[in-house]
Design a protein around this ligand. Structure first.
Ligand SMILES: Nc1ncnc2c1ncn2[C@@H]1O[C@H](COP(=O)(O)OP(=O)(O)OP(=O)(O)O)[C@@H](O)[C@H]1O
Ligand SMILES: [Mg+2]
Length: 245
């Protein structure tokens, strides 16, 4: 089942001579296991595109299908439900709740989605362990490094088993190496679990983590190129005999 299909998507902010055409006729299909890096100059419409895909913003025109379902006519409550179950979000600023531990931050969307606390706790723990944070379950965000905070945010985004993870500038507040490490980890887990990821970033080195790189300029999709994911992901670079097992 196709995770996402975007058809002729457009967004105009404002009207008349002050109108801004932020996204202009973008079409894009994303399948399970796809890892798409979205690059382009500042102001080219990347965040607007990602916000519409994440149903955080309504398009001016065009259609979005999530898991084959047209979401354009869904109401606020149905959209909130869709976001909780189908998407994982990773933001530039981590967006962790400062009074909650790493484990509680990851549990929160699970509990909100109706999962019993005991099960949510076990799943949160599992997600944090996958990100190498099994020893930081009880830590508060203020006691974590930037890279650790973003790994908690990635664990939170993955914990509910979303079909699609959306990340807007996930590395912007991290040093280059840490940002790249966290993103490679996200892409490796997504690849292994057959989840799709869309990452918006200015960091062209993230091409290493992506299966496809798309360029947005003036709201339009102007290029689609292959990324270097397969060269770097352990899922692909393992020796053939190891892979066959
Ligand atoms: N809420 C809004 N109201 C009016 N104009 C907006 C709004 N949000 C974005 N824009 C405009 O739409 C265009 C695209 O903005 P967007 O934030 O999507 O760009 P971006 O590619 O994410 O840029 P950056 O790389 O700097 O984050 C810009 O010209 C921006 O000023
Ligand atoms: Mg942006």
């Amino acid at each position: 089942m196709r995770v996402l299909s975007v058809q002729n998507l457009g967004k105009t902010f404002g009207t008349g001579h002050t109108a801004v055409r932020a996204v202009d006729g973008v079409s894009l299909d994303v399948d399970p296991g796809d890892i798409v890096l979205v690059i382009g100059p500042s102001g080219s419409g990347k965040t607007t595109l990602l916000s519409m895909i994440g149903t955080l913003m309504r398009p001016s025109e065009g259609q979005i299908f999530i898991g084959g379902r047209d979401v354009s006519h869904l109401g606020g409550r149905q959209l909130a439900d869709l976001r909780l179950h189908e998407f994982g979000f990773v933001f530039q600023t981590f967006n962790l709740l400062s009074a909650l531990t790493a484990e509680e931050n990851v549990m929160l969307p699970l509990v909100t989605a109706g999962i019993p606390r005991r099960q949510a706790k076990a799943e949160a723990r599992r997600a944090l362990e996958k990100l190498g944070l099994g020893h930081r379950l009880r830590s508060l965000p203020r006691d974590l490094s930037g890279g650790e905070k973003q790994r908690v945010a990635v664990a939170r985004a993955l914990a509910n088993g979303p079909a699609l993870v959306l990340a807007d500038e996930p590395t912007a507040n991290l040093d280059g190496r840490t940002g790249r490490e966290v993103t490679l980890l996200l892409c490796e887990i997504a690849c292994r679990e057959n989840r799709a990821v869309i990452i918006v970033s200015h960091d062209l080195r993230l091409r290493d983590a992506a299966k496809r790189v798309i360029t947005i300029e003036d709201g339009r999709l102007t290029a689609v190129e292959p990324g270097d994911h397969d060269l770097n992901c352990p899922m692909h670079s393992a020796a053939p005999e190891a892979r066959a097992v």
